[in-house]
Write a protein that binds this ligand. Structure first.
Ligand SMILES: Cc1ncc(COP(=O)(O)O)c(C=O)c1O
Length: 392
């Protein structure tokens, strides 16, 4: 047992949403800690008391923005100047997708496990810039096969970008990011850049992004990090930044002359930030990150997630009429399973919700997904297993 487990109950009491349900939807949205809610309210109140628009407030806005960038950067093990603050994962992906200097005929490679919002954005850049898009089969490597070899096989001389998730949102598979980046950067004459959808990995995996060599890594604070909805980020490596133009542009990303005229873009990731945001939300994400750190290191949190998801996987695997997509214990917190007796998955999800147990359906592959966090209790998992058994 993790040494920090003894204080898990009191730690969980800091998350109001966890008090009255068995929560397994962290991959959709994490519960916000009370300290984050309080900090958000206090920050709004201060802005309204002292400002809102005046000299006393500017340094505060600047400071909160910088502190948030620093807190995120230290979770990702990168320097703060590589971080762009965004609203969510999808905005970060769009900054990378629209900022590349596309030429007609360039190829974009993506897996068959990407999120519909990202697929749609790639569909639109394909139409606008006359690109070629190829989709390679990744789902079939969940239990056997080599995802890196599958990618390598589908890279072409004209491939300019690979768009891929670090943890697949549907099956929970964790991909070997450093190896993927390596084969992409070594592809023939022209290195292929790698855009990662990190919706399901930030707040789960211990990360050292600089070591992976990844070009673009888009994430959010409102899922596994349990921050407020509305604050996310994008990491762009210093090398990749040289070729990535800002698409949406505003005062926050530019430099100005003494007489207020735009003179260029800021040097770091700030160049992709646009304009006014809700600064109090930044405070909320900082509080959430600090709270996770007070419980354990990134490694300790990940180990706990793996132990608990293995426990859920084992329990579900023993139920007749239930098939876990993975044939071995999960590598992270997502546990996806199907009912083999033909009952609709949506009905199971509704049944569980009526029992105060929150999971979700996934459409492709048609399955039910439970997210296990380090905050999850074994007793919650027991409740989920018993309810699935009862229904199935
Ligand atoms: C893999 C993946 N990508 C993108 C998204 C969209 O996230 P956001 O709303 O933060 O843009 C999600 C959310 O469910 C996701 O799981």
């Amino acid at each position: 047992m993790n040494p920090n487990n003894s204080n898990l109950s009191s730690h969980r009491e800091k998350f109001p949403a966890l008090a009255n349900k068995a929560y397994f939807n962290y991959g959709g949205q994490g519960p916000l800690p009370q300290a984050a809610l309080d900090a958000i309210y206090k920050s709004f109140q201060k802005i309204q008391t002292d400002g809102p628009f005046c000299g006393k407030i500017w340094p505060l806005v600047q400071e909160e923005t910088n502190l948030t960038r620093e807190a995120i950067a230290s979770e990702l093990n990168v320097s703060p100047e590589t971080i762009t603050l965004t609203e969510d994962v999808t905005v970060g992906c769009n900054i990378a997708l629209w900022g590349i200097d596309w030429q007609p005929g360039d190829n974009v490679l993506l897996s068959d496990c990407e999120h519909p919002g990202i697929i749609a954005a790639i569909g639109e850049i394909q139409r606008r810039f006359n690109l070629e898009v190829s989709v390679f089969p990744l789902m079939e490597t969940l239990n056997e096969g080599d995802p890196v070899a599958a990618i390598e096989k589908h890279l072409k001389p004209n491939t300019k970008l690979l768009a891929i998730s670090h943890i697949l949102w549907n099956t929970g598979q964790v991909l070997p990011l450093a190896d993927i980046v390596k084969v992409c950067h070594q592809n023939g004459e022209r290195p292929v850049k790698v855009l990662v959808d990190a919706a399901q990995s930030v707040g789960v995996l211990p990360l050292n992004l600089a070591e992976t060599g990844v070009d673009f890594y888009a994430f959010t604070g409102h899922k596994w990090l349990c921050g407020p909805e509305g604050v996310g980020g994008l990491y762009v490596s210093p090398e990749a930044r040289k070729d990535l133009s800002p698409t949406f542009i505003g005062w926050r990303g530019i430099t100005v002359s003494k007489n207020g005229q735009p003179t260029g873009f800021k040097t770091g990731g700030q160049r992709y930030e646009i304009a006014t945001s809700a600064t109090p939300l930044y405070k909320g994400l900082q509080e959430a990150i600090a709270l996770h750190r007070s419980w354990g290191t990134a490694e300790e949190r990940y180990e706990q997630i793996k132990q608990l998801s293995a426990y859920l996987w084992q329990g579900l695997s023993e139920i007749n009429n239930v098939n876990c997509l993975r044939k071995t214990p999960p590598e992270a917190g997502l546990v996806s399973f199907t009912l083999t007796n033909g009952k609709p998955h949506k009905d199971l999800v509704d049944f569980l919700e009526s029992r105060g147990i929150m999971v979700r359906t996934i459409l492709d592959p048609d399955c039910v997904r439970a997210s296990v966090h380090y905050l999850t209790l074994e007793s919650e998992i027991d409740r989920l297993i018993a309810a699935v058994k009862e229904y199935s």
